[in-house]
Design a protein around this ligand. Structure first.
Ligand code: BG6
Length: 486
């Protein structure tokens, strides 16, 4: 599929980590797949006073290692470099923005300004763009984290909102661009099988885990001022929760899905600060071993304060106050340096209301659906079956669906999908301001309680599944995390 939308993609933070690892490789993949208009230009902006040659050398050295080597053709790579142009720019110098405007004046097409910079720079960049008239007929992409709490996120949204209309603003949450997350919508809303059971009458509890083996890598300084609640829960986990629990949208247009997600976010049962220790667990990793290799404690990572109380693990019990979900516990969990890299959703169904097969039958378990988002996207449906032989003894068995056996090609990275959506003006997979506000509002009591209290994150050894308190929280509800069953 070749795009017919001409564009000029202006990447602020063009020499940063995100550009190097994600954004430029994703643009390259779209280019290689013939999905970008041949006339489309990529203008990279950063503060280094480099000429075109120096920037191309940087791309060659830092970006190329992050693109897939499968069928990497020199001519295609060169034609990608030819789309690119570098503009060195000092944010404090108005004349540099005049230069940027003059550079962009040579090109036709929709202007996309992608701010892959820290949030502190969002407003100054938007103002400077507006001062030279570059906010007209343009789209602006804002990377997370958008602010630090509700107040600071509102301040950014207010200021950006004075310069760009909401329909021009694309707030990225890369989880929404992941193929398996898209597939959740297909699973829920294109199969009659699940939807009638997808409610409090039949669902006992739901777990959503995003576990990482990686630590904070080179981002210690950023992470230490952020923590897992802001980095993963306020955005990725709450977005996943809302996709899992929302009502069927009327269509897939930009607002139908976002309206339904918003309803869920607004229906999250507010957390009372006095209840925090019952419904929220925070942890911080200590030294440990992952896949046979020793890894250091969080507090000794570069950029991290040695007495840091920043959480690298969060587990939460969440409730949704609406007819479909009242009373069903949702357990959300995320952490760095855990035992495995996995993102999955576990739907635990209730046992049958009456077992004609006797009490033993109920002991064998209940139906369960495990949706593995990454790695190796799959769906596993657990059922009860009779064990062969005499008597009626039941065992849990499963039906497996591994997506890579059905779809051999055509997979698209999250950033590639989202960048193409921006170029095409499709907003559905971007977070609307009201969703973001509702998510901040909900996490704020937890942030406040952790910031003001005297308690510290609970330690856990790297390479484990987090502090014991996380398992204890589920045990209070008569359940456990999926891996604890095996
Ligand atoms: C980012 C977080 O948004 O998501 C990172 O800032 C985290 O800390 C990353 O590692 C995880 O994304 P993925 O796609 O690797 O699961």
């Amino acid at each position: 599929m070749q795009s017919d939308s001409n564009f000029v993609f202006v990447l602020f933070g063009g020499t940063g980590d995100l550009s190097m690892r994600k954004i430029l490789p994703a643009l390259f993949e779209a280019h290689r797949a013939g999905m970008l208009n041949p006339a489309g230009r990529i203008v990279c902006v950063a503060r280094e006073a480099w000429d075109q040659g120096a920037y191309r050398r940087w791309v060659e050295e830092h970006v190329k290692p992050h693109v897939s080597k499968d069928g990497l053709d020199d001519a295609v790579w060169r034609s990608f470099l030819e789309r690119m142009q570098y503009v060195g720019l000092d944010l404090g110098r108005a004349e540099d923005f005049v230069l940027l405007r003059d550079t962009l004046a040579q090109y036709d097409g929709t202007r996309v300004f992608y701010l892959a910079t820290g949030p502190k720079l969002f407003v100054p960049i938007c103002r400077a763009l507006s001062d030279v008239g570059l906010n007209q007929n343009a789209r602006i992409v804002l990377e997370k984290p958008l602010g630090y709490d509700l107040k600071s996120s509102n301040a950014i949204n207010d200021a950006v909102g004075e310069i760009f209309q909401e329909e021009q603003i694309y707030r990225i949450d890369h989880y929404l661009g992941k193929e398996p997350v898209q597939n959740l919508l297909a699973l829920r809303f294109s199969n009659v099988l699940f939807e009638p059971l997808w409610r409090r009458e039949w669902v006992e509890s739901i777990q959503i885990t995003i576990a990482e083996e990686l630590g904070v890598e080179a981002r210690g300084d950023f992470y230490d001022n952020t923590g897992a609640l802001r980095d993963m829960v306020q955005n990725h986990l709450l977005q996943l929760l809302s996709i899992v629990t929302m009502e069927p949208p009327h269509s897939m247009d930009s607002d139908s899905v976002r309206d339904e997600k918003l309803r869920v976010l607004r229906a999250l049962k507010p957390i009372d600060e006095r209840d925090i220790s019952r419904v929220a667990v925070r942890g911080q990793y200590h030294a440990g071993v992952i896949r046979g290799a020793a890894v250091p404690a969080y507090a000794t990572e570069p950029g991290v304060r040695p007495d840091s109380t920043t959480e690298t693990f969060v587990a939460l019990k969440v409730e949704i106050d609406n007819w479909r979900w009242a009373g069903v516990p949702f357990f959300l969990r995320t952490g760095k340096r855990l035992a495995d890299r996995v993102a999955e959703i576990v739907v635990n169904f209730r046992t049958v209301p009456h077992s004609a097969l006797g009490a033993n039958a109920l002991r064998a378990g209940a139906n369960r659906l495990v949706i593995r988002l990454q790695p190796n996207e799959s769906i596993r449906l657990y059922c009860l079956a009779k064990q062969p032989g005499e008597g009626m003894n039941l065992a849990s068995v499963h039906l497996d669906l591994a997506f890579d056996q059905f779809f051999k090609e055509g997979q698209m990275e999250a950033y590639q999908r989202l960048l193409l959506d921006v170029i095409h003006g499709r907003l559905a997979l971007f977070v609307r301001r009201d969703e973001q506000e509702a998510a901040w509002r909900w996490v704020e009591p937890i942030l406040n309680a952790w910031a003001s209290g005297t308690s510290k994150p609970k330690p856990y050894a790297a390479g484990t599944w987090g502090p014991a308190a996380s398992s204890a929280m589920l045990a209070q509800h008569g359940t456990c995390w999926l891996e604890e069953e095996n």
